[in-house]
Design a binder for this molecule. Structure first.
Ligand SMILES: [Zn+2]
Length: 413
């Protein structure tokens, strides 16, 4: 049986390859959403670093940092969200990179990340006003110019990782928002200052012309030029922040299936769970087979949250696996039932039970498992478009917004 043969050493349950350097191993539930246990700890099974840090990590990002689940995670764990913008209406609906701050399920404010925006009239530096005041405005400006200039120089010398290019694919233009190219980082200005030689930036843009324009603007940044960015103005955070959810459906489903396969591998004692016994689903997870997307999304995905309340438990992620017609139906309730999913996983079952309920307290290793011979499918409804049914606990009412500091170059005045 793969994974347990001591003579040949550990075998990756996903690709079947030998595992030589496994560190912590694969988390049963993504660590990004507070899953603490690993497959290795619970069952002594291995996932090779190539799968773990490669394709499986791409899937975790799709599910935990870009999908609907990421909004709930950002409230519960202060995890970073993929695309959140504050809108500066005074600058013709300019979008500003920001992170949300929540209180009791309500979006309280958006806090701008340190960023440089390349407008046609000249570059702008923006950031959070509280942070800028504390750090010193002049110092904030100088650190940003030096850090962006440094990242540009490293990029120009062909160094990897100085600028991470992200093209924004969105319906922004039809909503009349403006997104000129920009570089930003989720780090604080103090962190940037401490890492000024190696600070990398995310480079967001809409078109190849944007990239050329922003790079040209960066090449013209002058450290120590007192006339650059010498005007200061304030902008009140938008009352209508823009949270953009834009993610890959199939990757999200594959990520959900991966959690199910991990749990089966961890808790099935009699059933082999590996790339041979669970061949079709593991090939799908690894991206080696490409089923028709329309077929896949009708039966798998996020569900209307009312359907998973039966297994929901406060402070926990909870899961049910039940076996019917040669496949496992896998239900997940994340963050106490605030959002849930359902996928089906074809494969064998040699256990003496047909249903397993798993309670995984967030950030804890004290999980509880219950099994029964009974079949316990749930009445769930897969939903992809109605986000109020998927996340009913989110209240889209906006309270106070924070002040944001804005500097404009001299030529714009
Ligand atoms: Zn592998």
């Amino acid at each position: 049986m793969a994974g347990n043969d001591t003579k040949t050493g550990p075998i990756c349950i996903y690709c079947g390859g030998a595992v030589t350097k496994e560190r912590k191993g694969e988390h049963l539930v993504p660590h990004a959403i507070g899953g603490e246990l690993t497959l290795k700890e619970i069952a002594g099974k291995s996932v090779c670093p190539r799968c773990n840090n490669g394709v499986l990590s791409v899937l975790d990002t799709a599910l935990c940092r870009r999908s609907f689940l990421s909004i709930v995670a950002s409230q519960e764990l202060a995890a970073s969200l993929w695309q959140v913008w504050d809108v500066d209406h005074a600058s013709r609906d300019l979008l500003i990179e920001a992170r949300p701050e929540w209180r009791e399920g309500k979006l309280e404010s958006l806090v701008s990340y340190p960023q440089m925006i390349f407008e046609a009239a000249g570059p702008q530096i923006r950031g959070d006003v509280t942070e800028a005041e504390k750090f010193g405005r002049e110092q904030f400006k100088n650190v940003m110019i030096r850090a962006v200039h440094g990242a540009f120089e490293r990029y120009n010398r062909g160094k990897n990782g100085a600028l991470h290019f992200e093209r924004v694919r969105n319906d922004l233009k039809t909503r009349n928002y403006r997104l000129p190219p920009r570089v930003f980082t989720t780090h604080t200005i103090t962190e940037i200052a401490n890492n000024i030689r190696d600070q990398s930036f995310i480079f967001r843009y809409l078109s190849p012309e944007d990239v050329r324009f922003a790079l040209l603007s960066m090449s013209r940044l002058e450290i120590g030029n007192k006339n650059m960015f010498n005007q200061l103005s304030y902008h009140i955070g938008s009352q209508v922040p823009s949270i953009s959810i834009h993610f890959n459906l199939v990757r999200t489903i594959r990520a959900m299936m991966k959690i199910g396969v991990n749990l089966l591998a961890a808790y099935c004692s009699k059933t082999p769970v590996n790339c041979e016994s669970y061949r079709s689903v593991i090939r799908l997870i690894l991206g080696k087979s490409h089923p028709h997307q329309a077929m896949l999304v009708t039966r798998n995905g996020f569900v209307r949250a009312d359907g998973i309340q039966e297994i929901a438990h406060p402070g926990c992620h909870s899961f049910r696996l039940t076996y019917l017609d040669n496949r496992w139906l896998f239900y997940a309730s994340f963050f106490g039932g605030r959002i849930g999913s359902a996928v089906s996983i074809p494969g064998p079952n040699h256990e003496d039970w047909n249903t397993m309920d798993i309670l995984a307290p967030i950030h804890s290793k004290l999980w509880t498992i219950n099994t029964t011979k009974l079949f316990r499918p749930m009445k769930v409804c897969v939903e992809w478009s109605d986000n109020t049914a998927i996340c009913p606990s989110l209240q889209w009412q906006y309270a106070d917004s924070s002040l944001v500091v804005r500097e404009v170059p001299a030529e714009e005045s």
